[in-house]
Design a protein around this ligand. Structure first.
Ligand SMILES: NC(=O)c1ccc[n+]([C@@H]2O[C@H](COP(=O)([O-])OP(=O)(O)OC[C@H]3O[C@@H](n4cnc5c(N)ncnc54)[C@H](OP(=O)(O)O)[C@@H]3O)[C@@H](O)[C@H]2O)c1
Length: 322
């Protein structure tokens, strides 16, 4: 089958379109999906680049054990393992697998759900990794309630565009922080207020929020705390440039500090499972959430999709179509 593959870590230049072997025989809980679309997100970049180096402990020290990148997937089931009861050939699905920049990919049954009927394959493929990260940040970590003032840092990106919508759906007053070029899109997603970080220093002590969702920018925790109410909650979702080795020093600092201060300082690593995909489907079905697609790229141009992500010019998500 055709797939994008790499045999060493590096920039998007290591990616190329190749003929690779079909996926191996299915395990009992595996589902084989004919890929129609695959989302591109920062996690794809981390695994492709092997950075921070800590990721190589799981993916191969010298070279990636899985040569085909891609996690998000939307497509059509072509075969199911012996113990799979929830899906059958022909079902349109979305979820998270391994090596989804390919004509076919294997996905665990527990990381799959039926594709929301109103979404195209490309839209559905934009949802799993970023949508679930946003859902878990808003619902589980921040526990956003109606009426709270929520700041979304990185509001124009993959996770941020979902976080703005999910926080709005929770009844919060949402402020999105992004560059000027993404302000209109963030506003159209429902943000009550949009601030340009080139114009406004959100950490100067004049803005206070009940919840800060820190998705981008790597601001120090002590600065972010100045944007929080006395009993507010900071959730560190991510942010690039946190170091080539571990990349999580801010997160660990926040965890260590949290027991000693009145503010709640949280970090988390999201996991995609079917119930959260179903929760997102419900939000999509009632019109509260819609993935924002910046651009789609055909499979052969997947390296350019990754390059656009790294360049920081994606508003919402880019998606590879197969
Ligand atoms: N904890 C988890 O489980 C989890 C799950 C998924 C992702 N993540 C992490 O979350 C982070 C974001 O992922 P993503 O997929 O949303 O990335 P993304 O699509 O690249 O979005 C990041 C956004 O941040 C904005 N940004 C850059 N510098 C900024 C600054 N100084 N202040 C405010 N905004 C800034 C960028 O656009 P503008 O500068 O143009 O506004 C961009 O829209 C990554 O580090 C990723 O690894 C963590």
């Amino acid at each position: 089958m055709k797939a994008i593959a790499q045999d060493r870590y590096g920039s998007a230049d290591v990616l190329g379109l190749r003929e690779v072997a079909e996926p191996p025989p299915l395990g009992p809980k595996d589902v084989l999906v004919g890929v129609r679309a695959a989302g591109v997100d920062r996690g794809v970049w981390h695994l492709m680049a092997g950075e921070p180096y800590a990721v190589r402990l799981g993916t191969g020290l010298r070279a990636p054990r899985q040569p085909v990148p891609g996690m998000d997937v939307a497509g059509v089931v072509t075969a199911v393992g012996a113990d799979v009861s929830g899906f059958a050939a022909g079902d349109e699905v979305f979820g998270v697998g391994n090596g989804t920049f390919a004509e076919a990919a294997v996905v665990r049954e527990g990381k799959l759900a039926r594709k929301p009927a109103t979404l195209s394959f490309a839209e559905a493929a934009a949802v799993p990794v970023s949508g679930v990260a946003a859902l878990q940040a808003v619902r589980d970590q921040a526990r956003v309630r109606a009426g709270q003032r929520v700041l979304v840092i990185g509001a124009g990106g993959g996770v941020g565009t979902f976080a703005v919508q999910i926080a709005k759906a929770s009844g919060a007053h949402v402020t999105g922080l992004c560059s000027a070029g993404k302000a209109e899109a963030v506003s159209a997603l429902g943000a009550d207020e949009v601030l340009d970080y080139a114009q406004v220093d959100i950490t100067d002590g004049t803005h206070r929020f009940d919840v800060v969702l820190d998705i981008a920018g790597n601001r120090p925790v002590r600065s972010l705390r100045r944007a929080l109410e006395a009993r507010g909650t900071l959730v560190i979702v991510g942010g690039e440039g946190g170091g080539r080795w571990l990349g999580m020093s801010r997160q660990l600092g926040a965890l260590l500090l949290s027991p000693f201060v009145r503010q709640r300082l949280r970090m988390f690593v999201s996991t995609v499972r079917s119930p959260d995909l179903l929760a997102l489907t419900e939000l999509v079905d009632r019109g509260a959430v819609r993935p924002l697609i910046d651009r789609t790229y055909p499979l052969a141009e997947a390296p350019d999709a990754v390059r656009q992500l790294v360049a920081g010019t994606v508003t919402g998500k880019v998606v590879v179509t197969v």
